[in-house]
Design a protein around this ligand. Structure first.
Ligand code: 13P
Ligand code: SF4
Length: 316
């Protein structure tokens, strides 16, 4: 750590205390930011933590839709994101007008939106879901109801497969980072690491083929389709010594830190989310020192979006 970083770290910890702030960080955040966080987790765990915090101020180190979710769940708290450019290519795959038009084509359908969506899209949805509970949320909807699932097509295909649902319509969106993790990337690696556990995020384009090979029994490894926090839990509890990890590489820092005697191998070294990396320690300091950048959702939009999130939290 450079002198400057040590300084920023000290200032961040001091300001956090003085302002009764909580720092929430997603598992993909850079190490220096994870190290000052009060809580690190996946989208679901971060939403739950935001909903229950006693802090007056939430500094959200993740991407914009996550900070919006925190603001929707805690309308009387101030929510800051250290960089407004921390967006998400998946959340940008559908906007409220596009969803309204899709709903008009299927007026009788139940709408399930992945948490990686804007507040306006959530406000037009019946249920929200995350990678940790998507299958559970869809399974809770009566089998005879049509489902519109958005915006991730790989997660959607995975959920349709797990729930055996035939009446699910899936929006063709994708995350540029996970769509880039392809079956070819993993095949060679898995061929040489026979005793490793294989952890795959359901947003990856290789998810369906992995499930297919798992079902056929042609993978020597045990494959596990998990949210980022599900991966963390699995890394802790598994007896395996080696893990092949198919997701954004930011998660490897925490995996290695919490399991120093185990080995974690990324499927793709350059699976890096440039949006998550927009947040730096210096920007976290700036956020706390100068009250920037506040994330606020219009009350009427927040009220509707909260219903979809609360329905999800009640199920998971
Ligand atoms: P998790 O909820 O599994 O952490 O996923 C969020 C995300 O943005 C994955 O790219
Ligand atoms: Fe969005 Fe993909 Fe980045 Fe996750 S990894 S925040 S889905 S762009």
């Amino acid at each position: 750590m450079t002198m400057l970083e040590t300084d920023f770290r000290r200032q961040v910890l001091k300001l956090k205390e003085e302002r009764n702030a909580v720092i929430l960080a997603h598992n993909y955040q850079v190490p220096e930011v994870q190290d000052v966080a009060d809580f690190i987790g996946d989208s679901l765990a971060l939403s739950r933590n935001a909903a229950s915090t006693k802090a007056d101020l939430i500094v959200f180190c993740g991407v914009h839709f996550m900070a919006e979710t925190a603001s929707i769940l805690c309308p009387d708290k101030k929510v800051l994101i250290p960089d407004l450019e921390a967006g998400c290519s998946l959340a940008s795959a559908i906007n409220a007008d596009e969803l309204a038009a899709w709903k008009a084509e299927h007026p009788d359908a139940v709408v399930v939106s992945y948490v990686n969506t804007s507040a306006e899209v959530k406000a037009l949805s019946d249920y929200c879901c995350t990678s940790a509970n998507a299958a559970k949320v869809v399974a809770s909807i009566p089998a005879d109801r049509k489902v519109l699932f958005l915006p991730d097509m790989f997660l959607g295909a995975y959920v349709a497969e797990v729930t055996k649902r035939k009446n699910m319509y899936i929006w063709p969106g994708e995350c540029h980072v996970h769509a880039g993790i392809k079956a070819e990337d993993i095949n060679k690696m898995l061929a040489t690491l026979k005793s490793a556990d294989f952890l795959v995020h359901p947003e990856c384009s290789c998810t369906s083929s992995t499930m297919y090979h798992m079902a056929k029994g042609d993978l020597a490894q045990k494959g596990h389709v998990l949210s980022t926090e599900g991966m963390m839990r699995h890394a802790r509890s598994s007896e395996a010594r080696q893990f092949v990890v198919a997701t954004e590489t930011g998660i490897l820092y925490r995996m290695k830190k919490e399991n120093p005697d185990k080995e974690f191998i990324p499927v793709k070294e350059d699976a890096v989310c440039k949006y998550m990396k927009k947040i730096t320690l210096e920007k976290v300091y700036n956020s706390l020192a100068n009250n920037v950048y506040e994330v606020k959702v219009k009350p009427d939009v927040a009220d509707k979006a909260r219903l979809a999130i609360d329905r999800m939290l009640a199920i998971s």
